[in-house]
Design a binder for this molecule. Structure first.
Ligand SMILES: [Zn+2]
Ligand SMILES: [Zn+2]
Length: 410
């Protein structure tokens, strides 16, 4: 599979199939309806719309529902045709969509949060609707009774959520850059651990239950893969975006990670190779190459009567080095550095040309992506954003979906 992916010509790129326009404000979420040429959108303009592709090839709304508050998040369960819409006022509303996608009936309102709902997940087996919000909490409510089962508060806005249905573990990303792993019980929960690695708010999470991998995207432009199943605290850093990472999706069959950033960047990362962990940055009072003191090391500066230097770090070996000993820049994809970063002179010498071969492909979405979701079985992706536009993409030229599932490219 990896060989197949590598041998593809560089001209392969996502194919824009359709553009859906007509929203009056930011589109917060968009989902592809499985096995249908249809998209469901939730927008800040307070509308929920179901768009179906007509004979003309254009998408037109078959459902257009106006809510009382801007829509901020959405979860859709296709088999039961249930849709949960989170709003800016903190409430989640449940609707039932008819088989022909022409009608949407109100079912229930859940007073889940005091403030904007940021993410929703529905679990049919337990009949729970789980959500996070800007009231700094995760809440889980019973969809049968409509009552609140439990709540847990964080120190900052909870921004994204992934849930392991089998083991009832929830991963919650927040604005402080932390990810909290919780085990949810009927009326209580316990904090298992917190994952710290990002330098900005967590914007997106993806949990792969089979390989037990967690991926997190953040406003610091980076993605981290947390090898939860490995139990050794192994993390891989992926740096290739030049703006906030807004959405991620891991394709387990082909071991590819698709990520989108606010500037419209779409990246497809090859995770089917053994990548290396980026080193911890070492602390030192003097350059670990030339031994010149850094400027805060007053004693050595005084003793040797030299001027202190600024401390930098080599991204490859993690050593604390001065500017003079780290003049070179290099990409180093095996450690996730897809663009040039600071390396010390000896590490620069050790990096061969073939080490600079990219392990991801980068594409232009040409719009401000705030949300993305994929229909992996068909190799389709939908992106939406602050430019009020929804785009539907054929991703089969860049992801191995067709190889893995037998779905042929259109
Ligand atoms: Zn030095
Ligand atoms: Zn180095």
């Amino acid at each position: 599979m990896a060989a197949e992916i590598h041998s593809r010509p560089q001209s392969s790129r996502p194919v824009l199939l359709s553009k859906v326009e007509g929203h009056q404000d930011v589109v917060s979420a968009a989902l592809l309806i499985p096995k249908e040429d249809g998209v469901i959108t939730a927008s800040e303009d307070r509308t929920i719309r179901v768009w179906l592709k007509r004979d003309s090839g254009q998408y037109w709304p078959s459902i257009y529902h106006t809510m009382s508050s801007p829509c901020s998040a959405m979860a859709y369960h296709h088999d039961s045709r249930r849709i949960f819409v989170g709003q800016d006022n903190g409430a989640i509303m449940e609707f039932h969509i008819s088989e022909d996608f022409n009608k949407m009936n109100f079912v229930k309102t859940y007073p889940a949060h005091q403030n904007r709902v940021s993410a929703i997940t529905f679990c049919l087996a337990s009949e729970w609707v789980i959500s996070t919000g800007h009231d700094k909490c995760i809440s889980w409510m019973c969809t049968r009774s409509g009552s609140m089962l439990g709540r847990h508060y964080f120190t900052s806005w909870a921004s994204c959520l992934q849930y392991d249905h089998e083991t009832r573990h929830a991963f919650v990303g927040d604005y402080s850059g932390q990810i909290t792993l919780l085990k949810l019980e009927q009326n209580t929960c316990s904090v298992i651990t917190t994952l710290k690695g990002h330098e900005g708010s967590i914007t997106s999470l993806w949990w792969d239950p089979a390989q037990r991998l967690l991926f997190s995207g953040a406003s610091d432009h980076s993605i981290i893969m947390w090898d939860i199943g490995g139990r050794k605290g192994r993390t891989l850093l992926l740096q290739g975006h030049h703006d906030k990472v807004q959405a991620i999706c891991y394709i387990q069959l082909t071991r590819q990670l698709v990520s989108c950033s606010a500037d419209g960047g779409i990246a497809v990362w090859n995770m089917d190779i053994s990548r290396e962990e980026a080193p911890q940055w070492l602390e030192s009072d003097s350059c670990q190459k030339c031994e010149q003191p850094f400027f805060w090391n007053i004693k050595q500066m005084w003793d040797t009567k030299t001027l202190g230097l600024r401390q930098h770090h080599c991204r490859k070996c993690g050593q604390a080095v001065c500017g003079k000993c780290s003049t070179k820049r290099s990409s180093y994809p095996i450690m996730g550095f897809e663009f040039q970063v600071r390396v010390c002179d000896s590490c620069f010498e050790s990096i061969k040309d073939e080490d600079r071969t990219s392990l991801a492909t980068f594409h232009e979405g040409k719009h401000n992506i705030s949300h993305m979701s994929m229909d992996i079985s068909r190799g389709l992706m939908v992106t939406c954003g602050s430019d009020r536009i929804v785009k539907i993409w054929d991703m089969t030229p860049v992801v191995g979906c067709s190889l893995a599932t037998g779905f042929s490219s259109r």
